[in-house]
Design a protein around this ligand. Sequence first.
Ligand code: GLP
Length: 242
Amino acid sequence: MKVIIVENYDEASVEASKIMLAAIKANPSIHLGLATGTTPVGLYKEMVKDFKENGTSYKDVKSFNLDEYSGLPKTHDQSYYYFMIENLFKHLDINLDNVHIQESQGNIEENCKKYNELLETEGVDLQLLGIGSNGHIGFNEPGTSFDAVTREIALHDSTVADNARLFFDGDLDAVPKKALTQGIKNIMNAKEIVLLASGTNKAKAVKGMIEGEITTDLPASVLQNHPNVTVILDKEAASLLK
Ligand code: GLP
C-alpha cells in the first residue's frame, strides 16, 4: 500500500487527478471504477477542468460505479446516477452508453447478477474509492464477507446518517435504507485502486485500514491484500497514523 499524505482536501484532489489523468492518457479506452460521496467531488472538478483546458478525451472510456440506492430511478436527483451526471459525465465527452451504474429498480436480484457478469467480462483497470467513517468501501458495511459480489444490502444507521448530510438535506427518513453495491470481491478484482480520504471523521477508519489487522470488521483493511493500492490522505485523515 502506497500512502501519500498532503496538506488538505484540495491537494488530495489534485494528487488523485494526476494518477487518474495519467492512466486515461496512457490508455484512452480505460475502464474506470468510479465512486460517489463528497470525497471525489474535488477530483471530478479537476478532471472537468483538465477536459476543458487540455481536452483529454473520454469517448472510449468505460465507467463502472460502485453503488446505487435501492428504488431510486436514474432520473431521481438524489440517485448516484444523477450525481455522476451532474458532477462529472455531463461535463465530459464520455458516451453515456459506456457508463454503468447498478439498475436499482425492477428485479434487483437479476440486475445484480447482470452487473456481476458485466464486471467479470469487462474488468476494471483503475478503481477509485472513498471510505466510510466505519471503514466501509462501496456500501460494504462492517461484517461483509470478503467474497461478496454485487448485491442488495441494508445500510447501517451510521451510514444513513452520514449520507443524509449530502444527499437528502439531512432528512434521515428520506434516505433509502437499502442499496446495491459492488462486493469486496469485485473491488479487489480491479487492477489498480486509488483510495481518497479527507477529514478527521475518517482518521480512525484510515488507521485501521493501513495499520490494523485485516478483518471484516473494517472492510477497507482488505486492501492490504491488494498488490496495487495508492491511498491519498489529507493531514486530518492521516492524523492518527504512527
Ligand atoms: C458512501 C459511499 C461510499 C463512499 C463513502 C464515503 O456511503 N457509498 O462509496 O466512499 O460513503 O462518503 P463521503 O465521501 O461522502 O465521506
